[in-house]
Design a protein around this ligand. Structure first.
Ligand code: ADP
Ligand code: MG
Ligand code: MG
Length: 928
């Protein structure tokens, strides 16, 4: 032996490993150490660290680090002592499982080998020890298959086909019906499969088995499944680097009817209900539950079937929660009446359950308010805003019934495999992935689907666990469905479903429906209300909504908006009865005509504003004066040209008919009396009582075309819009300002306390703002005199032009408030036009790491953020109490909200459904 034996300790007994060091020991390993040291009943074992994995992967020729196997041997000897068994011992053989586990939970991503240590001689030991040959051969065949698959890369099918062959041969349907000699036959066939595939006999030496297994687990870290999973979930090396290997003494849930295995949550992960939740199988090994091979029983059945053990489970549940102060998802096995805990981790729950457990654990004093808020990812609240089936649909007849595995309803076209789901999903189709059962390699199909439907497996099957984690609706174990992937059909009774057929699944009830069913918006649970109230108390930022109409405002209030941060007045113009007035205003030939149109718009806008003010009273309502270029309200040149074309065509036909009728009279004067009965004439009469109307329409369209051409701009987004428009057409802004102030006067007279704000878009210099301000002053005086009330309101500027940031100090002389319009400001900062960027080069930039995020979704803190900070600081230098907010789309994005908090903004404003997310994110920003 050479002297360079590594000093690094790569191996840790469950008795000594640091339960907090998940990076080193992996989540599973750290928790096995922690539970052992807490005194819970964990089978003896040890952890090989992630450092050993990295050393292995870094080595040139896949070499285990020096000295590792010697350390492992030492630990095995300790295990032998602790269990009184021997590894490879023919009398009392010690069997172990080899289990992977990294710092981040990656469910099902890497495989576990069970029953390692079995060979021809230890097998006999097990038979003698247990007196149960059936059990021994069952363990053996499982080991050979798992080892073959995980460590030797032999596909399951090679084993499964042998298994099925024997089953068919002996005429037995259920695995449990197989006798010892059948399983012996299967084991021997499996050994042959290995020999055929590898050209070598199955390794007999337990230490050789162990070494191969450890290497295989290490290698699986860089396997495609694991790498894909990490990429999809943005698991960086910082979060998890390498996998640990756990060597755990085997315990057996398949030792008879006093043995069992199961998985459980300390609380219900779908609803949050404070009640043990899970499934178990009597006389089975762990992977049977997870793989959904047999449909397990609900854990509550155990209270009757094994009352004593159920009590022990309840105790375990309490111990786990009290220690971890978090809902636990744990695996257990009962061997001959003795309960072992094989794994625990923080339970993945849907958001409804997260919110409920947060509130209930806080109320019970298990966690404090800060923890209650921080344990919920603001993004995830989106799940609670998921649609569900309309109540009126509850009576509809369903096609099939499965288990409600992940709540929410979804509708989509059937795809029978993940690849197809991905392909169709990318084309923008809504997809429901329909499978017998899902496996980790189907993960890309989950991403592409609206929901998942399986015909096999329970609520803890792969499909259920993964769907819940993603917050996608899932119906699992709908046993009435028979999926034929080859034929690409599914049969439910007499109904045949084809790929592409539309179905609706309800993950809350487990029902499956044909076609698309109406859905309902999700509602707030009382727990969410409570949690968000806590969030509001903890937050510094206020959360406003972007809302344009009274109805929007009512919705925003339901989501807990504390005001309206942006009302886009142009949206009010875009309804069919108003647009003609707006168009009249635009095409007016002179000031008088324009004023006439504006006079008719005024009362409409006034009542809009009054409705908003009253709905939101006494909260802030920020109204932005007209922003887009006005030609956006006119038809396009293209449209006008084609209309004109048709009209002219029509005109010449009408003229032709006139001529035809007159001509006929010349030819046959006797027809004069019958003239009115000539069909052609009647036709033209019907269309045009006044033939001149076609000519009129044509000339109107021509005038419009002229106007459209006049208003044409090369780059309208940088053109004649916003305050520029307001300054050159003061009567337009004048009408809007008057409508706002008159609405304010009406409310004030009614004694309603309101908080209106007038906001000017696209400002780049204080002179612009001053000009609008004096227009406001003028109108204010008039309205105050007219209504004999004093008007209270604020006047401010949108900050969406780079120059406005640089001139924030002077703008603040005129503005009471700023509101960052980060949509335009992002475009201006990057000189990217959003549509062009997102459709052309941005995806490439993102994929190649030139830009990490899409700056239109994630606020560019490094660049744009600096501009914002400068603007806030300079603005407040001039006006200490300057109120500053943000009303771009970023206002609803948690990471951006955090930044807004850091630079001292007063509020964020976002679309109504994002308000709850923003409220929680604002609390996080204040608490972190
Ligand atoms: P995963 O990371 O996919 O959950 P595990 O390492 O937990 O994989 O193992 C898969 C299954 O094997 C578990 O359900 C567990 O019950 C069972 N298992 C693992 N180790 C043992 C053991 N030492 N004794 C009995 N069953 C085991
Ligand atoms: Mg597990
Ligand atoms: Mg803008």
């Amino acid at each position: 032996m050479d002297a360079k034996v590594s000093n690094t300790q790569y191996v840790f007994s469950f008795h000594d490993g640091d339960g907090k060091n998940k990076k080193l020991l992996g989540g599973k390993g750290a928790n096995l150490c922690e539970m052992t040291q807490m005194g819970l009943n964990v089978p003896p074992g040890f952890v090989i660290s992630t450092e050993a994995c990295l050393a292995y992967l870094d080595s040139n020729d896949n070499q285990l680090p020096d000295g590792l196997m010697a350390m492992v041997k030492k630990q095995m000897q300790a295990l032998e002592k602790e269990t009184g068994k021997g590894f490879g011992d023919a009398e009392h053989p010690l069997l172990v499982s080899v289990r992977s586990g990294s710092a981040m939970s990656m469910p099902g991503m890497m495989d576990t080998i069970l029953n390692l240590g079995l060979n021809a001689s230890t097998l006999n030991g097990v038979i003698k020890q247990t007196g149960d040959a059936r059990f021994a051969y069952d363990a053996y065949r499982r080991f050979i298959q798992l080892f073959g698959k995980v460590a030797l890369n032999i596909a399951d099918e090679a084993f499964d086909s042998q298994f099925e062959e024997v089953k068919q041969h002996v005429g037995i349907k259920d695995d449990v019906g197989l006798r010892a000699d059948h399983l012996k036959d299967i084991s021997e066939r499996f050994l042959d499969v290995v020999k055929q595939h590898t050209g070598q006999a199955f390794p007999e030496d337990p230490y050789e088995q162990l070494e191969i297994a450890v290497q295989a687990v290490f290698k699986s870290w860089m396997g495609k499944r694991a790498v894909d999973y990490r990429r999809e979930f943005n698991i960086t090396q910082d979060m998890a680097n390498g996998t640990a290997v756990n060597i755990v003494t085997m315990v057996f849930g398949n030792r008879g009817n006093d043995s069992a295995t199961g998985v459980a949550f300390t609380r219900n992960p779908a609803t949050g209900e404070n009640k043990l939740f899970g499934e178990y199988l009597v006389n089975a090994q762990g992977e049977d539950v997870v793989a959904g091979i047999r449909t397990p029983k609900p854990i509550q059945n155990m209270a009757d079937e094994m009352p004593d053990l159920y009590q022990q489970l309840e105790t375990l549940r309490a111990n786990l929660e009290n220690h971890y102060r978090e809902i636990q998802d744990f695996e257990f096995t009962i061997e001959k009446g003795k309960l072992y805990c094989l794994q625990t981790r923080n339970g993945k729950m849907n958001t409804t359950a997260m919110v409920r457990t947060s509130v209930e654990m806080e109320n019970a004093g298990v966690i404090d308010r800060k923890q209650a808020l921080l344990r919920i990812d603001p993004h995830s609240l989106e799940q609670m805003l998921y649609p569900r089936l309309d109540d009126s649909e509850l009576g509809s007849t369903s096609l099939a019934q499965g288990l409600p595995a992940s709540p929410g309803a979804a509708c989509g076209h059937i795809a029978f495999d993940a690849d197809r789901a991905e392909m169709l999903g990318k084309q923008g189709q809504r997809i429901i992935l329909v499978r017998d059962e899902t496996k980790p390699e189907d993960i890309h199909g989950f991403f592409a689907s609206q929901g998942i439907l399986t015909s096999r497996g329970g609520k803890t099957s792969h499909a259920a666990v993964v769907a819940r984690g993603m917050g996608k609706p899932c119906v699992a174990g709908a046993e009435g469905i028979h999926v034929d992937v080859q034929l690409r059909e599914a049969h439910i009774g007499d109904t045949v479903l084809k790929e592409g057929d539309l179905i609706t699944i309800d993950g809350s009830s487990g029902k499956v429906y044909l076609g698309e069913l109406p859905m309902m918006e999700a509602e707030f649970t009382p727990e969410l209300e409570t949690l968000l109230q806590w969030a509001d108390e903890a937050a510094c930022l206020k959360v406003m909504a972007n809302a344009d109409t009274k109805e929007d405002a009512q919705r925003a209030l339901k989501y807990g908006a504390m005001g309206i941060g942006l009302c886009r007045t142009e949206r009010m113009f875009n309804t069919s009865e108003r647009l003609p007035l707006v168009i009249e205003m635009i095409v007016a030939e002179n000031g008088e005509q324009r004023q006439q149109a504006l006079d008719r718009l005024l009362p409409i806008q006034r009542s809009d504003f009054q409705g908003l003010f009253e709905t939101m009273a006494p909260a802030q309502v920020t109204i932005r004066l007209l922003d887009p270029p006005i030609h956006e309200f006119l038809p396009s040149e293209q449209q006008l040209l084609s209309d004109l074309d048709e009209l002219k065509h029509l005109y010449s036909i009408v003229r032709g008919m006139e001529v035809m009728v007159d001509a006929e009279q010349l030819v046959n004067p006797a027809a004069d009396k019958a003239r009115n009965s000539i069909p052609q004439r009647r036709l033209t009469d019907r269309i045009f009582s006044d033939p001149k109307s076609v000519a009129d329409t044509i000339s109107k369209k021509e005038a419009m075309l002229k106007k459209v051409r006049m208003l044409h701009e090369v780059n309208p987004m940088l053109g004649h819009r916003g305050v520029r428009l307001g300054i050159t057409f003061p009567e337009i802004y004048g009408m809007q300002i008057r409508a706002i102030l008159e609405a304010t006067a009406e409310c004030t007279k009614k004694g309603i306390e309101i908080n209106p704000q007038i906001m000017v878009p696209q400002v780049c210099t204080a002179s612009e703002l001053k000009r609008i301000r004096s227009l406001v002053d003028e109108i204010q005086t008039e309205v105050e005199q007219q209504h004999k009330v004093k008007l209270e309101f604020k006047f401010g500027s949108m900050i969406e032009v780079v120059r406005a940031c640089m001139r924030a100090d002077t703008l603040a002389e005129v503005a009471d408030f700023f509101s960052f319009g980060t949509n335009d400001l992002s475009q201006a900062t990057f000189s990217f036009s959003r549509e062009d960027a997102e459709n052309k080069f941005l995806p490439f930039y993102n994929e190649n790491g030139i830009l990490l995020d899409n700056p239109f979704e994630v606020l560019d803190i490094k660049g744009l953020g600096k501009l914002m900070k400068i603007a806030v600081d300079w603005g407040r230098n001039t006006r200490k109490d300057l109120s500053v907010g943000i009303c771009g789309e970023h206002g609803g994005h948690p990471q951006s909200i955090r930044f807004c908090h850091d630079i001292g903004l007063d509020y964020v404003s976002c679309s109504a459904p994002r308000v709850p997310i923003a409220r929680l994110a604002a609390a996080h920003a204040a608490l972190l």
